[in-house]
Ligand binder design. Structure first.
Ligand code: SAH
Ligand code: SF4
Length: 369
């Protein structure tokens, strides 16, 4: 049963209070409902026992608490888990969970496809279908929590799904309003209650939205930098033609809330012979001078038809060491979930291909670094 009743998932606190007025209830009822939906994870109004029967019946007559469906769940040999999330219009997006020892990050998508065409990114070869709604963004988180049985919201801090990275498909700052509504729902202390300090939004560099993101959401910022010269970044990350490096780095310099304890992450995909020289690393240090920064070196994940190769392991190590010598943290990201095509830049279309081939057939695991 989908679409018949209005979905309460994805409404802001204010919108939920407004709905109470619509059915002739006091707005404070929204608080109770919020607790049931986002703290308890309850979807059945009948089981929301602290709510009186008359209101439960009214709710049932008009609303639903609806999460997206899961068409496929896969767990990698390294415990990375991926969900192919089925939306109400039949489109699908991917959500990935990357576990650490006793915690982990969920990597969420913000759009179906992407309008941008970064040349090393598989998502960039897909046209933008549409923005995800707040319900679909929050829904990805709820689906992951269902899968790990993490309801009600753990209050002792011991959560497996402890962090969010907005690094799935799409450019989150091109869907700012919906992403912001969703993240505010997730950060609300009376529900899912995930701190802004545990959320990182990655952008290719939509400069005009960066300040608002810091002021309004206060989440950690990650920048997909990938090149230290405009000529190269214009090719790798074409939005650079609109917002060149100097403007991007200025926005980073003034990002609200960043300090030495909360550094901006600069993501840098390692492309063999393209952006991985020692001179590039030194130029990178010069560029980000004065910004509270850390790096994340991402070995390029190839995809069928991609024009690049991943840098050699020793080249990546040399690059990392130059940044370390400059006084910055510069870990090399270990590719996770490659056997289920869950690694950076591999989302969505691989699953579609897989799905077409045979749901049970697994691709060979490419050699890791
Ligand atoms: N659109 C946003 C967030 C999604 S991409 C952005 O571009 O920041 C998340 C990260 O994965 C980005 O840093 C992106 O550059 C990187 N990425 C994309 N394709 C990749 C690939 N094939 N190999 C490695 N990293 C990739
Ligand atoms: Fe879009 Fe990010 Fe991929 Fe660029 S790297 S095409 S912005 S998803």
């Amino acid at each position: 049963m989908t679409g018949l009743y209005k979905n309460l998932v994805g409404l802001s606190r204010q919108q939920l209070a407004d709905e109470m007025l619509v059915i002739g209830e006091q707005p404070f009822r929204a608080k109770q409902l919020w607790h049931w939906i986002y703290h308890q994870g309850e979807t059945d109004f009948e089981l929301m026992t602290s709510i009186g029967k008359p209101l439960r019946e009214k709710l049932q007559a008009a609303y639903e608490v609806r999460k997206p469906a899961v068409s496929l769940e896969q767990t990698s040999s390294d415990r990375t888990r991926k969900w192919l999330v089925k939306l109400e219009d039949g489109n699908e997006v991917e959500t990935v969970y990357i576990p650490e020892e006793d915690r982990g990050a969920i990597c969420m998508s913000s759009q179906i496809g992407c309008t941008l065409t970064c040349t090393f990114c598989h998502t960039g070869t897909q046209r933008l279908v549409r923005n995800l709604t707040p319900a679909e963004i929050v829904g990805q988180f709820m689906v992951a929590r269902d899968s790990y049985g993490e309801w009600p919201t753990p209050t002792d801090g011991g959560r497996m799904i402890s962090n969010i990275v907005m690094m799935g498909m799409g450019e989150p700052l091109f869907n700012y309003d919906n992403v912001a509504t969703a993240l505010k729902i997730i950060m609300d202390g009376e529900g899912i209650a995930l701190s802004k300090r545990r959320i990182t939004l990655s952008t290719s560099g939509v400069v005009p939205e960066i300040e608002r993101c810091g002021r309004d959401l206060g989440v950690n910022l990650a920048i997909s930098l990938h090149a230290v010269r405009d000529e190269l970044r214009d090719v790798l990350v074409p939005i650079n033609k609109k917002y060149p490096l100097v403007e991007l780095l200025n926005a980073c310099r003034t990002y609200p809330g960043s300090n030495n304890a909360r550094r901006i992450t600069f993501e840098y995909v390692m492309l063999d012979g393209i952006n991985d020289s020692a001179a590039d690393a030194r130029e990178l240090l010069r560029l980000i001078k004065g910004i509270p920064a850390k790096f994340n070196l991402i070995p390029f994940n190839p995809w069928p038809g991609s024009a690049y190769e991943c840098s050699k392991p020793h080249t990546i190590r040399r690059f990392s060491e130059i940044l370390l010598d400059g006084g910055y943290s510069a870990p090399i990201r270990v590719p996770r979930g490659r056997d289920i095509m869950a690694a950076c830049g591999q989302l969505k279309s691989e699953s579609q291909r897989l799905k077409r081939a045979a749901r049970t057939a697994m691709p060979e695991q490419p050699a890791g670094l």
